[in-house]
Structures are given as structure tokens and as C-alpha cells.
Design a binder for this molecule. Structure first.
Ligand SMILES: O=c1ccn([C@@H]2O[C@H](COP(=O)(O)OP(=O)(O)O[C@H]3O[C@H](CO)[C@H](O)[C@H](O)[C@H]3O)[C@@H](O)[C@H]2O)c(=O)[nH]1
Length: 331
């Protein structure tokens, strides 16, 4: 990164996926400009070489000044509330953070002439799958406010593209997991609700057992199946999307997943192998809003972005998260 490296604004760049993205951008010669209100992000996750500005994407004055100062070609948007369960009981937070704030950000971009946007969407926009693996054409019938709020932005993006020439690439993540392979960056949610970090907190002694939410799903072993995708592979897809938009790509949408489903039981088994810990298990009721199976068909991203996940193996994903958990424990 030099003084003259092109800037990319990374909204939510102090969060889990955003902080990995900022580091990759910096390492690839971009100048990442992080905007984060630190509601859930961590200032110390932002690498040296990035510019950090604390504030809200929904603060048009703040964002307008920032876009005029750095004149980025593109904004990447990772800043969102993203817990399915919480969205069921606190939908207002999801509609406001994920839709209202994002619309203000888009309007500010249009006003400042920034015309490229990369949007973090989710498998939750599909709802209960009628077909697996899930392609981008799968019906979109979200079953929780989180998915609804992300779908609403996707629809706005199609309209903004048509009317204002704001070109966007929407990336629908399946289950983001793992950590930087060198062990210096990883997932730090408070409270933690995601399966892999919770399982590893049992292995490190921070929790007594892992709850299995439902063992009577219509799956081979009765537990939920998800498509876990390494955080670094998600970031690589963003980089490819950034380059594609720079070449003039039209507004489009891609799924990001490995196409391999792993049940909750299989994840726990893999974590036992990686950590050597017995990881005690407790059966608990299903969690509201959890579809039984979510597995991606990401062939469009492979074909059109040239995306090839480098860490598709679940044990590698867990091993990288385990390095991070052990480091977090020492800190
Ligand atoms: O203690 C736990 C935690 C999770 N699970 C199960 O493990 C699976 C994975 O759960 P996560 O909470 O790790 O991930 P989700 O599939 O709920 O969520 C992910 O996918 C969602 C879309 O479906 C959103 O995009 C969300 O942000 C993203 O983290 C689910 O079947 C869940 O019921 C357990 O059994 N026990």
C-alpha cells in the first residue's frame, strides 16, 4: 500500500468478515478506509495501513465527507446486524440497521458519484429450501426478519442500478467460518451464537458442553446441515467482485458456499478430531427460524468470477478457528 493506492471504503471493516477483508485489501495493494460504529466490531481488528473512521453508515453528512475525501471507486458493505434468532424478537433493529441505514448509504453514494457497491447478503434470503443445492434462481421467501431485511436491500439495488447507474455485486454467503490461517485474526462475537466458535470454546474449557439445537430434523442424522465457507474464501470472492465491477460489470448476484453440507453432528465430530477434546454434547430444542438444510450451488461465482475456494475442507476451517480460539484464550 502506498499513499497513492486506490481507496476502497469498507463499511463494517472492524467486524469479523470485514476485518479479514481489510487485511486482504491492504495486502493486495489497496488502501482500505474502514467505517465502523464499533457496535459489534473491534477497533483493534483493523490492520495497520488501513484508515479507520468511527461513525454510522446512516450518517449522510459523515459518509458524504468521507466519500468526497477518499473518492473510492467502490464501497463494500459488511455493516449489519446478522443474528437470525435476535431478528425474530427484535425486528426493528434489523429493518433499521440493515435496510434504512443502507438506503441512506446508497443515497449518499449516488449524491457523491460513487457507482460501485459490493453487498453482503445471505442464504437467509431463500427461506426454507424447496431445492438443494440452492442456486441464485431459487425462490426468495425469507422466514425471518434478518433475511427479509437483506432481501429488501437486494431489491433496492436492482432499482438503484436501473435508475441511478449504481452497479452492484451482491454476495449471498452461506455459513461464514474459520479465521486467518496465521492465527492473528478471527471471530469475536459477544455474545457468541455461532456453532463452530461455540464448539471450540468447549474444547478450550470456556464452556462445559455444546447444545445441539434439534436432533429430529429431516436429515440423515437428524441435525441441521449447513455449508461452511472459510472467511478467507469469502474475501477472495469480494476481491474478484471488486475487479469485475472495475471492468464495468452489470449488477448481479452470486452465492458463496462450498457446495458441501455438514450436519451439526459432523461439525462436532470434526472439532473433536482437530482439538483432541471429547466436547460433551447436550440435546436442546430446535432454534426458531432454522431451516433443516442450507447448501449452496456456487457454480455461477466459479464460472463468472473465476472464484476457487482455497480452504473448502471442514477440518481446515475448524483448525484455523481453533488456532484463533487458543490465541484468544491466552490474550
Ligand atoms: O450452540 C449451537 C449453535 C448453533 N447450532 C446449530 O448449528 C447450525 C449453524 O448455526 P450458526 O448459528 O452457526 O449459523 P446459522 O446457520 O444460524 O447462521 C448463518 O446463516 C444465516 C442464514 O441462514 C445468517 O446468514 C447468519 O448470519 C449466519 O451466521 C444451525 O443449525 C444451528 O441450529 C447448534 O446446534 N448449537
Amino acid at each position: 500500500m502506498t499513499q497513492h493506492s486506490p481507496s476502497v471504503v469498507v463499511a463494517g471493516g472492524a467486524g469479523y468478515i470485514g476485518s479479514h477483508m481489510v487485511r486482504m485489501l491492504r495486502d493486495q495493494g489497496w488502501h482500505p478506509v474502514v467505517v465502523d460504529n464499533l457496535a459489534t466490531g473491534h477497533g483493534d481488528s483493523v490492520v495497520d495501513g488501513a484508515t479507520f473512521r468511527q461513525g454510522d453508515i446512516g450518517d449522510a453528512e459523515f459518509m458524504g465527507a468521507l466519500l468526497r475525501e477518499f473518492t473510492p471507486p467502490c464501497v463494500m458493505h459488511f455493516a449489519a446486524a446478522s443474528l437470525v434468532g435476535e431478528s425474530m424478537v427484535a425486528p426493528a433493529k434489523y429493518w433499521r440497521n440493515n435496510l434504512v441505514q443502507t438506503l441512506t448509504l446508497l443515497d449518499t453514494m449516488v449524491a457523491c458519484g460513487v457507482q460501485q457497491f459490493i453487498f453482503s447478503s445471505t442464504a437467509a434470503v431463500y427461506g426454507n429450501p424447496v431445492e438443494v443445492p440452492i442456486t441464485e434462481q431459487h425462490p426468495q421467501q425469507p422466514i425471518n426478519p434478518y433475511g427479509q431485511s437483506k432481501l429488501a436491500v437486494e431489491r433496492a439495488l436492482a432499482d438503484y442500478s436501473q435508475a441511478y447507474g449504481l452497479r452492484s455485486i451482491t454476495l449471498r454467503y452461506f455459513n461464514a467460518a474459520g479465521a486467518h490461517p496465521d492465527g492473528t485474526l478471527g471471530e469475536r462475537h459477544e455474545p457468541e451464537t455461532h456453532l463452530i466458535p461455540l464448539v471450540l470454546q468447549v474444547a478450550s474449557g470456556r464452556r462445559p458442553f455444546i447444545s445441539r439445537f434439534g436432533s429430529d430434523f429431516p436429515t440423515p442424522d437428524g441435525s441441521c446441515i449447513r455449508d461452511y465457507i472459510h472467511v478467507q474464501d469469502l474475501c477472495t470472492a469480494h476481491l474478484l467482485a471488486l475487479e469485475k465491477l472495475a471492468r464495468g460489470a452489470a449488477t448481479t448476484v452470486y452465492n458463496l458456499g462450498n457446495g458441501n453440507g455438514h450436519s451439526v453432528n459432523e461439525v462436532i465430530e470434526a472439532a473433536r478430531r482437530v482439538t483432541g477434546h471429547p466436547i460433551p454434547l447436550r440435546d436442546d430444542p430446535r432454534r426458531a427460524g432454522d431451516p433443516p438444510v442450507l447448501v449452496a450451488d456456487a457454480s455461477r461465482a466459479r464460472a463468472q468470477l473465476g472464484w476457487v475456494p482455497q480452504h473448502p475442507d471442514i477440518e481446515t476451517i475448524i483448525a484455523h478457528a481453533w488456532q484463533w480460539e487458543q490465541r484468544a484464550l491466552r490474550a
